[in-house]
Design a binder for this molecule. Structure first.
Ligand code: URA
Length: 235
């Protein structure tokens, strides 16, 4: 990018005034004064100073909701060469990454962004927002099991917080449960269902606080709208 364009993109001043800053000798690239207009810089490598102060590009913040299909992992690179969720998102130049994780075999709502501050907040253990899942499980839990589940369960070394659970659908051998938790332990829903004797066969996340999967098709994504971004920022 041309130096004057970079300076104006950083929100310092207009392109024309940036040219004046350069010709006045007030701009340094990697510590050296540059007075030539049109000097090209690499925004990922070069460090630019105006009046001896470092300046940086204000990154465009991107907030994406993906309907993750089964079979994709939520890491950025995979040593075993499995498919990764960001492969499903094209046309975005920013360096985006998933917020938190969904198991490879879980589908549904996944938030993807380049907002590091927000990611840090949402993945912090103290972050509590309702996450709702649809779980297809083996068998049909009875009233007693539903109560145990909702009060809190001992899963391995941990007792879960109260959760919501209801049966949405059932047949002879399996049932569909709607489960809402506000924690986010590793494989938590699967472990909770297994702990009451009803292992999960399929799992889909349908909401995260005010964010809803709605009728977004599997493997498709959309940008969050302003209200949804505001919701995330207010948490
Ligand atoms: N709970 C699970 O067991 N798996 C997920 O992917 C998310 C929540």
């Amino acid at each position: 990018m041309r130096l004057q364009k970079y300076i104006s993109r950083c929100g310092i001043t207009s392109r024309r005034k940036a040219e004046k800053l350069i010709t006045d000798g007030r701009v340094k690239v990697d510590g050296n004064i540059v007075t030539e207009l049109g000097t090209k810089i690499d925004k990922t490598k070069n460090k630019v100073q105006v009046d001896n102060k470092y300046i940086e590009l204000e990154e465009n913040k991107v907030y994406i909701l993906l309907n993750k299909p089964v079979g994709y992992v939520t890491t950025l690179r995979d040593e075993k060469d499995r498919k990764i969720v960001t492969d499903l998102i094209d046309g975005i130049n920013e360096r985006i990454y998933p917020v938190g994780r969904l198991d490879k075999n879980t589908s549904g709502l996944l938030l993807i962004t380049n907002d590091g501050e927000l990611t840090h907040k949402l993945t912090h253990p103290s972050f509590e927002v309702d996450k709702t899942y649809l779980a297809l499980v083996e068998g049909i839990p009875n009233e007693n099991k539903l109560e145990i589940f909702s009060k809190g369960l001992d899963i391995e070394d941990y007792v879960t917080a109260p959760a919501k659970i209801k049966i949405l659908n059932k047949n002879k051998n399996e049932s569909v449960l709607e489960i809402t938790i506000h924690e986010g332990r590793n494989r938590q829903v699967r472990k909770m269902c297994a702990a009451i004797g009803h292992p999960v066969k399929q799992l889909q996340r349908i909401s995260l606080g005010d964010l809803k999967l709605g009728n977004l098709q599997e493997s498709k994504w959309r940008h969050l709208n302003n209200e949804e971004v505001d919701f995330l920022k207010k948490i």
